[in-house]
Structure formats: structure tokens, C-alpha cells
Design a protein around this ligand. Structure first.
Ligand code: NAD
Length: 339
């Protein structure tokens, strides 16, 4: 069996709890991984590094190509630039992929939700270009470039095509942001017409799209959107299938991939053994598929699906009573046993 080296960023808040759980579950699957733990986030500063995203961490990810990351805290307002924005921009992780699926045993208003959010990860309002025009008047620049809009559109259609998905829906606000969102739409439309006319394509103004999502998310398939919209819609969609504890994600570039849950560092429950580690574990399964360890990924998936379906051993966010550690123990045993 191949030996892999994966960079592990534990992160802040609940990050160490959920990333440790993911590591234990992945190791129990039998896959051979050498974990290289690297610093990032507020904890990197506490450990004496001079930056929330130390150069050694970036170098390690560039070298090993794959990372599993816990959430990090970026102080609000002034100070350091967001770790996530830096990471995504510097490693050119241009596509965030977030599968949002109903899980048997996780009771929500809807069944049969099965959609994938494809979020542009490098520009939009996350470009970090902000200016004070005069005291009391500030601006934030929304950037859209044709190469980035085309690249993410092509990724979404290629993803849809390879995974036999039927439809790509673009959420936009081109009625107001005519140039930026207008360009995003032009690029998506061009890729659709010229390269993937076999896939159904629709454009929906994001406010109406949000209403459609909460009325009937089962009609959505692949959702394509720019950076900020993707951030907001990801949490909204998580709420449709059981919350942030069960939605994984990946950040993909041409050379490098960083896998992480949609949720943040959850300071309200950090250190209390209350976090659901499943979203991080599911991100780990996406990572295993990426490194072609599909059998190990499937073993983990079968085990957590069985636990969820039985409904007896769940974390609190899903109506259960188990803490992070106890839930992880249950899952580790099931994965090791192979059921
Ligand atoms: P959050 O996602 O951390 O938490 C939102 C709510 O969901 C909280 O009530 C929290 O307790 C709950 N929650 C989140 N994950 C959970 C889990 N695994 N199990 C059970 N409950 C869970 O969002 P926030 O509070 O807005 O942000 C906190 C910090 O995280 C901020 O500093 C923010 O910048 C950061 N953040 C980081 C990332 C990342 O690193 N990828 C993503 C989002 C937010």
C-alpha cells in the first residue's frame, strides 16, 4: 500500500478537536499516512510564529500537494489578513467544492437534497482591496477577471459532466453588479455553450435563488457562484441538511488541494467536547478520494452512514448525547471493524 504524506493544519477553536478526530478515523481505515502537522491561525501566533500563515506551512503544502485543515480564527477588524483568503490566493486554490447531501437518520425538513456548491475562491469581494476615501467613507473593491470566471465555470461544468449531474445553476446579482457579475455570467454561458451544451444551464438572481433553496432544495444540482455568495449560500445549505457539523469541503487548484469543513472555529463550543467532527471527517473522505484511496474513504463513509442511520450514537448538534471524543471512539471502532 502506498505511503502518503499529508499536511495537517489543526487550526483554532474546535479545530484541534475535529482534526484530531479525522486523523484517528482515517488512520483506522488502514491507509498509510504520514501526517506533517503545520501551524496556521491564531494558534500559530501563540506558538511564536510571526504570521498567521507561516511560510513553512505554505512550503509544506506546496511540497506535499495535499492538506487536511481544521478551521482557523482570524481576528475581526484590523490585524492580519485572513488565513483562508491568503491560503486560497497564494496556493491558487481557485475552486471550493462543497457537497450538500441529506443523510439518512439526520432529520431535517427535506429529504433527497443532493447538491454541490462550486464557489470561486480567489477574487470577488475577498480580494482584500479596501480604501479609506476620506475619514468616514471607505470602499471595498469587488474584482472579477475573465480568466478566473472562465476557470471556475469550466471547473463546475467539468465536475457536473464527470459526475453525471444534470444541471448547473449560476447564482448572481448581475442586475445590480452589471460589470462584475455580468462578466461571471458571460463566462459561464460561454463555457456552457461552447463546451458543455449537454448539461442543463440556468441563471438565477441570488435573492430569488435563496428563496428557491429554502422552498425546495431538492431541485438544485450544481450551484456555481462567486466568492462571497458561495460563502453565504454554503452555510444556508448546511442548514438544510443538518447543520455545519455535516458539510465537508475542498479547495482545489491545479497542483494543490486543501480539504476542510465549511464550518469555522466555533469559539462558543471550543474545548467543550461538543463539536461534531463529522464535517472534518467527511472532508477527509474527499481527501482520500483525491489521493486515490477510495476504498479507505468508502470504509469510513459506510461506517458513519450506519451510525447516523441507527441514530443512537450521535453528537448533540444532531440530537444525540455524545461528545466529540466519544463519537470519535464509536466511529474509529466501526471503521476498524469494517462495518
Ligand atoms: P462557525 O462556523 O465557527 O460557527 C457557527 C455556529 O455553528 C456556532 O454556533 C457553532 O457552535 C456551530 N458549529 C460550527 N461547527 C460545528 C460543529 N462541527 N459541530 C457543532 N456545531 C458547530 O462560524 P462563526 O462563529 O461565524 O465563526 C467563528 C470563527 O471561525 C471566526 O473567526 C471565523 O472567521 C472563522 N471561520 C473559519 C473558517 C475556516 O477556517 N474555514 C470558516 C468559517 C469561519
Amino acid at each position: 500500500m502506498a505511503q502518503h504524506t499529508i499536511v495537517m493544519i489543526q487550526g483554532d477553536g474546535i479545530g484541534p478537536e475535529v482534526s484530531d478526530a479525522a486523523r484517528r478515523v482515517i488512520d483506522a481505515s488502514g491507509v498509510k499516512i504520514n501526517w506533517e502537522v503545520m501551524p496556521a491561525g491564531a494558534s500559530a501566533i501563540e506558538q511564536g510564529h510571526d504570521n498567521v500563515l507561516p511560510a513553512i506551512t505554505l512550503d509544506a503544502i506546496r511540497h506535499h500537494k495535499v492538506a487536511l485543515k481544521g478551521p482557523v480564527t482570524t481576528p475581526v477588524g484590523k490585524g492580519f489578513k485572513s488565513v483562508n483568503v491568503q491560503l486560497r490566493q497564494q496556493l491558487k486554490l481557485y475552486a471550493a467544492i462543497r457537497p450538500v447531501r441529506s443523510l439518512v437518520g439526520v432529520k431535517t425538513r427535506y429529504e433527497d437534497v443532493d447538491m454541490v456548491i462550486v464557489r470561486e475562491n480567489t477574487e470577488g469581494l475577498y480580494s482584500g482591496i479596501e480604501n479609506e476615501i476620506v475619514p468616514g467613507v471607505v470602499t471595498s473593491l469587488k474584482v472579477a477577471s475573465e480568466p478566473a470566471c472562465t476557470r471556475i465555470s469550466r471547473y463546475a461544468f467539468r465536475y457536473a459532466n464527470r459526475r453525471h449531474r444534470k444541471k448547473v445553476t449560476v447564482f448572481h446579482k448581475a442586475n445590480i453588479m452589471k460589470l462584475t457579475d455580468g462578466m461571471f455570467l458571460d463566462c459561464a454561458r460561454k463555457v456552457w455553450k461552447e463546451e458543455y451544451p449537454n448539461i442543463e444551464y440556468e441563471e438565477v438572481i441570488i435573492d430569488a435563488g435563496c428563496m428557491r433553496l429554502v422552498q425546495d432544495p431538492t431541485r438544485m444540482d450544481v450551484l456555481l457562484m462567486e466568492n462571497l455568495y458561495g460563502d453565504l449560500v454554503s452555510d444556508l445549505c448546511a442548514g438544510l441538511v443538518g447543520g455545519l457539523g455535516v458539510v465537508p469541503g475542498s479547495n482545489i487548484g491545479d497542483d494543490v488541494a486543501v480539504f476542510e469543513a465549511v464550518h469555522g472555529s466555533a469559539p462558543d463550543i471550543a474545548g467543550k467536547d461538543m463539536a461534531n467532527p463529522l464535517a472534518c471527517i467527511m472532508s477527509g473522505v474527499m481527501m482520500l478520494n483525491h489521493i486515490q484511496e477510495e476504498a479507505a474513504g468508502e470504509r469510513i463513509k459506510v461506517a458513519y452512514n450506519a451510525i447516523l442511520a441507527e441514530g443512537k450514537e450521535l453528537t448533540r448538534d444532531l440530537g444525540g448525547t455524545l461528545g466529540t471524543k466519544a463519537f470519535t471512539e464509536v466511529l474509529v471502532k466501526r471503521v476498524a471493524k469494517g462495518s
